[in-house]
Design a protein around this ligand. Structure first.
Ligand code: PBG
Length: 326
């Protein structure tokens, strides 16, 4: 059974044939678009290290969401860029803070779009870490109540899904308990289960004007070298009540996505992070890559590896391209 009888090129000859046998597909309803909402007015400020991405103020938010919705994208993931920060990150659970206010506005104007909120205090802390800090150490258990308060405030504002990204142990259980106790037993948790301490987050830290003021995140985010440990993280988060588990970053971690697909029988999300986006954009600006091609191929690879949902800064551009191709 081989050549010349077998010819794999037979099914590649025309675009109709290729389409007929294609194994993986991209669709806008699989995309989640991250949005940076900033305090201030009439602000739509391009993020230097993320061309085509903006920090936007509340008065621009609804227009942005309408555009996203019209492209067939299912959900947005909100990140707050607050004007004030403190040691504890108290802005994170202020019911009148930037994220709860955004959630209320969106759910009132366009209730059909799913609103997911990032639950992590780093954008609100003066030291830029994802947990409380004492003597240079990031405290785990003491941080959990803060995450509970933050998640509850988001749910009360009307968030459809909460997404803890802090990587403290026990956070999924803590957040689940808090939501249930307050009657929000129907709000799913999308857990950043296998979140690596990655250099590919650098543009995001510029976007949110956050990032650690001392040290790094290696005592809580995962070591890039580890794969078995990612499965422990995923199993733990599922056992604690996660409804969706995430792998992050995406493209440099396709093996982890694929392995997660084998162990997890619930939806898997992959986060194509800021650095993955900016790499493709920067090369395109120099005329060094085919931007559309690289964008679609990377998204397809993430789906092929086993991700059901993709959080991507390319959401709008890719959705537009898919609409044109139809
Ligand atoms: C933490 C958070 C980060 C990202 C998402 N949530 C930053 C970090 O962990 O340092 C990174 C996302 C990206 O790079 O696009 N709130």
């Amino acid at each position: 059974m081989s050549f010349p009888r077998d010819r794999l090129r037979r099914l590649r000859e025309t675009s109709s044939l290729r389409r007929l046998v294609r194994e993986t597909h991209l669709a806008p309803h699989r995309f989640i678009a991250p949005i940076f909402v900033a305090e201030g007015k009439q602000l739509r400020e391009e993020i230097l290290s993320m061309p085509g991405q903006y920090r936007i103020a509340l008065d621009q938010l609804i227009a942005e969401i309408r555009e996203i919705k019209a492209l067939g994208i299912s959900a947005v993931l909100l990140f707050g860029v607050p004007a004030q920060k403190d040691e504890e990150g108290s802005g994170a659970w202020d019911p009148d803070g930037i994220v709860p206010t955004s959630v209320k506005m969106i759910k009132q104007a366009i209730p059909e779009i799913l609103v997911i909120t990032d639950v992590c205090i780093d954008e609100y802390t003066s030291h830029g870490h994802c947990g409380l800090v004492k003597d240079g150490r990031i405290l785990n258990d003491e941080t959990l109540p803060l995450l509970q308060k933050m998640a509850l405030v988001h749910a009360q504002a009307g968030a459809d899904i909460v997404a803890p990204s802090d990587m403290m142990d026990g956070r999924v259980q803590a957040v689940r308990k808090e939501l249930d106790t307050n009657g929000f037993f129907d709000i799913p948790i999308m857990a950043y289960a296998a979140k690596y301490a990655s250099s590919f987050y650098a543009p995001f830290r510029d976007a949110t004007q956050a990032g650690p003021m001392f040290g790094d995140r290696q005592s809580y985010q995962m070591d890039a070298a580890n794969s078995r440990e990612a499965m422990r993280e995923i199993r733990t988060d599922i056992a604690e009540g996660a409804d969706i588990v995430m792998v992050k970053p995406a493209l440099p971690y396709l093996d982890i996505i694929n392995r997660a697909r084998q162990v997890a029988h619930l939806p898997i999300a992959a986060y194509q992070v800021s650095g993955e986006y900016s790499m493709i954009k920067a090369a395109a600006q120099k005329g060094w890559d085919d931007e559309e091609g690289a964008m679609m191929e990377s998204l397809l690879a993430i789906r092929r590896a086993g991700a059901d949902l993709i959080i991507t800064y390319f959401a709008k551009e890719a959705a537009r391209l898919l609409q044109r191709e139809e």
